[in-house]
Design a protein around this ligand. Structure first.
Ligand code: FES
Length: 147
């Protein structure tokens, strides 16, 4: 199932959205031009994982040239600080600990989303009146979550 989260133009770099899909709370994150979806429930004790900080590793290619790497990105749970890979959901708190469910998130052109709309019912009988209609186009791009 695809879920439209937001138009890309309203989802700036570094922002997150938390959406409810089928009874699950899922966080969608934008980091640069990449999007990530991850369940908003920490496997440790059920904390609101997607309210935590997004972290990268501190790396330096040479002395005095330290920077924060965006590969891999982790999210730290706000309750006790357990960390998970933002892309895969992999836990970094010991091999026996379960990871968290991750979901694909990407940009799709608005026009492609029209193909996934449910078909209209065909059993209806047309009446004598016809309302004026107008062509509608979807021109923006949207962030879409695959669940
Ligand atoms: S509930 Fe997330 S680290 Fe404990």
């Amino acid at each position: 199932m695809r879920v439209v989260v937001a138009p890309v133009s309203t989802f700036p770099d570094g922002e997150r959205r938390i959406v409810e899909v089928g009874g699950r709370s899922i966080g969608v994150f934008r980091v640069g031009e990449s999007f990530y979806g991850i369940r908003n429930r920490c496997p440790h004790q059920g904390g609101p994982l997607c309210l935590g900080h997004v972290l990268g590793d501190a790396v330096a290619d040479a002395p005095g040239q330290a920077r924060v790497s965006s590969d891999p990105l982790r999210i730290a749970c706000p309750w006790h600080g357990w960390e998970y890979d933002l892309d895969s959901g992999q836990s970094f708190m010991g091999g026996a600990m379960a990871g968290v469910r991750s979901y694909g998130a990407r940009i799709e052109p608005g026009g492609s989303l029209l193909d996934s709309l449910p078909a209209r019912p065909t059993e209806r009988v047309p009446g004598p009146y016809v309302a004026e209609t107008f062509e509608v186009r979807v021109e923006d791009a949207y962030v879409v979550l695959e669940v």
